[in-house]
Design a protein around this ligand. Structure first.
Ligand SMILES: [Cu+2]
Length: 162
């Protein structure tokens, strides 16, 4: 595993999002999150007010941008974006924000569209299909963080006792 040559030692941060936090917009086709530094192992979930999931497929990270496709046309309503990425320094960071969809032409039956995924998620409890993703993410974070710590120990003389 190659550690980046970046001298940055602080974890990265979300610098921009589209849709933006608290925006009121027409239904978006994708979510694009921009960070201050390149990130790895992105995860994005898009949840409606009833807990229904609306992201399509896995999030993709290219350098400092993370893109997640939106499934179908979002009905009007308030949505929550939840994201999690791993910083260049090995630290996982995460956050959530909300945006509102208005003027949706999707005559999408809000009831059936939202209740199916919601029921599925409820049936799976907290485990389910995403459980193994988290296990994989945690394992990767341990590996990356371990490497980062070793690198820190080699390059820093500030705390020889720890
Ligand atoms: Cu950090």
């Amino acid at each position: 595993m190659a550690l980046t040559a970046s001298p940055a030692s602080a974890h990265t941060s979300l610098t921009a999002a589209n849709p933006a936090a608290d925006a009121t917009i027409a239904p978006p086709t994708q979510i694009v999150l921009t960070y201050a530094d390149p990130v790895q192992l992105p995860q994005v979930v898009l949840t409606d007010a009833k807990g229904g999931r609306h992201e399509a497929g896995k999030a993709q990270a290219v350098d400092n941008k993370v893109t997640e496709a939106v499934k179908g046309t979002l009905p009007n309503g308030v949505y929550t974006v939840g994201w999690r990425v791993v910083s260049p320094d090995g630290h996982p960071i995460s956050g959530t924000y909300k945006f509102t969809v208005t003027g949706s032409t999707g005559a999408a039956p809000a009831g059936s569209a939202a209740s199916a995924p919601a029921a599925k998620a409820a049936g799976n409890g907290s485990g389910g299909s995403s459980g193994w993703l988290w296990i994989g993410l945690i394992a990767a974070v341990v590996v990356v963080a371990g490497g980062g710590f070793a690198w820190y120990r080699r390059t820093s003389g500030t705390s020889p006792n720890t």
